[in-house]
Design a protein. Structure first.
Length: 250
């Protein structure tokens, strides 16, 4: 098995049939810890600067959230540029999802097993970037984000393309029996152990909201299987680094 990851695996490929579109990228472990809140944060700003420079993004413009595993959606506008970019305290409070219809606003979420969901409606155009762990998924965060995009920009779910970033997958995500009640149909049993399919749960939510199946793409990376290349909170909880997912209209 190859240990080499090609550069384009850091991009979300939307099924739009076009190369044009928003910046939609995620970092890897070798890019360093990107969080100012988890793990060793001493070099996080330097890591962000280096990673984002490749996409022509000024790391000081990043719009960050104080992620709380709930379902708060925040509409980012020009005046929000740089919120949480230099210190965690100024990040948007109680936010696990961003939307925007404005160009050159780099939205950021941080993950290590939770699922980054990238949403893009070319018609407006507008974007959404969601931090979907199991709690936020149970709270319907993807459906709520689609509803916010419809309300703010007038785009329907049928017009939205979705892309999944790296996350812990069903192969590695062992859970307790209570998940069967929260996510009926998305928990499977193997040798007496239960595993949750976070991607399937979010796919079901997208489809139920009206997103077309052929508009959904998935990078397919499991942070658990690939914990050497990606931060995995469950596989390697310490020192607890986070990957950065960024989305920006240009
Ligand atoms: Zn796995």
């Amino acid at each position: 098995m190859s240990e080499i990851i090609s550069a384009d695996q850091q991009h979300i490929q939307f099924n739009t049939g076009s190369c044009a579109g928003p910046v939609a990228v995620f970092s890897r472990k070798l890019d360093g810890n990107m969080s100012l809140h988890h793990g060793d944060t001493g070099a996080s700003l330097e890591h962000r600067k280096t990673f984002l420079e490749a996409y022509g993004i000024d790391y000081r413009q990043l719009v960050c959230a104080q992620q709380v595993h709930a379902s708060g959606v925040y509409r980012a506008q020009a005046q929000d540029r740089g919120r949480g970019a230099m210190e965690y305290a100024t990040a948007c409070p109680a936010t696990d999802s961003f939307i925007t219809g404005e160009k050159n606003i780099p939205l950021a979420i941080f993950t290590a097993d939770c699922l980054p969901v990238f949403l893009y409606a070319p018609q407006y155009p507008c974007i959404g970037l969601v931090h979907a762990g199991w709690r936020s998924t149970a709270a319907g965060i993807v459906a709520k984000t689609l509803a916010c995009m419809r309300e703010a920009f007038g785009v329907t779910a049928q017009q939205v393309y979705a892309g999944f970033g790296p996350a812990i997958r069903q192969c590695c995500y062992e859970v307790g029996a209570q998940f069967r009640d929260t996510f009926p149909g998305q928990v499977s049993e193997r040798q007496g152990r239960l595993f949750f399919d976070l991607v399937a749960a979010n796919t079901a939510q997208l489809l139920a909201a009206g997103v077309r199946r052929e508009f959904i793409s998935d990078c397919g990376i499991c942070t658990g299987c690939r914990c050497r290349d990606y931060f995995s909170h469950r596989r390697q909880p310490l020192p607890g680094g986070r990957m950065l997912s960024v989305m920006m209209l240009r």
